[in-house]
Design a protein. Structure first.
Length: 467
């Protein structure tokens, strides 16, 4: 670690110890590879008081190599410790001018700490942080309302925050800031044939975000604007009550290894997420003669979306049977970009465009761009796939468009719709509204949704939970 970074940690050592949550920081730093599984054992020792363990943590970070400081800053910013980010790294371009309240630390040394589970709440105290009635804009020393964003220079050439006009979309440039309307009541099964997935716990779900922006040997042009998609999706899903795990610019081998580790983690016994969302964003290519799509990894190799979904089927992760799994693919599925003239009375008003107008790219070749089981069901047999919803940004054979300033058309529409209507619409209806918004705003791109045994309604109930 550079001397200036060690000095920054030393100058802010007391603030780091006093203001951060041990369980939270250890978990995030473990996920980022700063610490191995064996190295986090000392932080589980409840015989030592919490303060001592946190002091040990921040001393050890200074010994974890040249990338440890950047990972520490990323971990702090992802979890809303904006004052600490500003103190450690005053030149960080992602720090908002008026940072929102950061999460309160856990000072209690009682109880067992939990670090490695993908689904741990990672809190020992401070349950008031999840108060559904809190005002996300009101100052509070105990509220958690982070602005997660991406700032990872090791993954290709980092883009500076894009500049563009505000007000055109909820999905803003740089650090997202839009209002996710919170639910005021739970939807209930009303006796109809279609029942509801249960979404009432504190851990509403997990979003696994895989994004491929730059590519080895410049085999593809950099996907400008894709970082905006990452920012907006991470912010949206944190506001919806999800834990977000983000993976950027992985090779094919790293992608498969990560999917396998996630599969193993989600297959563990114990309380898991109520919902799993998986987003893949990259260049896409239709497989001739099939309905499958190949997705480009950062090293230029390809993985198909069928192969990705297979990691989450009922054979590979039986613990997720009955758990809704929603896949979102922001990729091309071909190179066709043709459209037919709409009748005059059906034509949508032209979308507002920034000045100067940014280039629109495509994420395809040569472009940058359950119902209850019946009583007679055999308990020893089950379907290979169920509880899966697959959303594509476009239809087979067609391109998916991306604004180089505002991000992908589809992600812009998705963020706007989910923020405004997740409180009163089930997910399938949300995706219908996304397509309507896509048509209204951009006219020429059609999204699609497939259901694989997705036979219940999924309400996300943002901001609402049962104890």
């Amino acid at each position: 670690m550079q001397a200036q970074h060690k000095d920054a940690i030393q100058k802010n050592f007391t603030s780091l110890v006093e203001q951060t949550d041990l369980d939270l920081m250890v978990t995030v730093l473990y996920e980022k590879g700063v610490f191995s599984e064996a190295m986090i054992e000392p932080y589980k020792d409840v015989n030592k008081d919490m303060r001592s363990r946190k002091r040990y943590l921040y001393r050890e970070i200074t010994r974890r190599g040249p990338d440890a400081f950047r990972h520490l800053v990323d971990a702090l910013s992802e979890n809303g410790y904006w004052n600490l980010v500003r103190d450690l790294d005053p030149e960080n371009p992602y720090v908002p001018p008026c940072p929102r309240p950061r999460p309160a630390p856990s000072h209690s040394g009682e109880g067992e700490t939990k670090f490695l589970s993908l689904f741990d709440q990672r809190r020992t105290t401070g349950k008031e942080q999840n108060d559904p009635n809190r005002n996300p804009e009101a100052p509070s020393s105990t509220s958690k309302d982070p602005h997660p964003e991406y700032n990872s220079p090791e993954n290709g050439n980092p883009e500076p925050p894009a500049q563009g006009p505000s007000g055109d979309s909820l999905c803003q440039i740089g650090i997202p800031h839009f209002n996710v309307i919170k639910s005021t009541k739970f939807f209930e099964d009303n006796g109809n044939d279609i029942k509801l997935y249960r979404t009432r716990g504190r851990l509403r779900g997990v979003l696994l975000l895989f994004s491929y922006i730059s590519f080895k040997y410049d085999i593809e042009e950099q996907r400008k604007g894709a970082r905006v998609d990452i920012d907006c999706m991470r912010y949206l899903f944190v506001e919806l009550g999800f834990k977000v795990l983000s993976y950027v610019n992985l090779s094919l081998k790293e992608t498969k290894e990560t999917l396998q580790k996630l599969k193993d983690a989600m297959g563990m016994s114990g309380e898991g997420p109520e919902t799993v969302f998986v987003l893949f964003s990259s260049h896409g290519y239709a497989r001739t003669g099939t309905g499958d799509t190949d997705i480009r990894c950062s090293d230029g190799q390809l993985i198909s979306y069928y192969e990705i979904i297979k990691y989450f089927n009922n054979e590979n992760i039986p613990a997720l049977i009955g758990i809704p799994k929603v896949f979102i693919f922001q990729t091309c599925r071909g190179s066709n970009n043709e459209h037919v003239p709409a009748p005059r009375h059906l034509r949508a008003p032209p979308a507002r465009t920034p000045r100067p107008r940014p280039r629109t790219a495509r994420d395809g070749h040569r472009y940058d761009s359950d119902d209850d089981e019946p009583a007679h069901a055999d308990a020893a047999r089950d379907r290979m796939y169920s509880d899966i919803l697959i959303a594509h940004s476009t239809v087979p054979g067609y391109a998916s468009n991306r604004d180089e300033v505002k991000g992908s058309w589809y992600i812009q529409a998705l963020c706007d719709v989910f923020a405004a209507r997740a409180y009163d619409c089930h997910v399938e209806k949300l995706f219908t509204l996304v397509d309507m918004e896509l048509r209204k705003r951009f006219s020429t791109q059609t999204s699609s949704v497939d259901r694989w045994g997705f036979n219940r309604r999924l309400y996300l109930h943002p901001g609402l939970y049962e104890d």
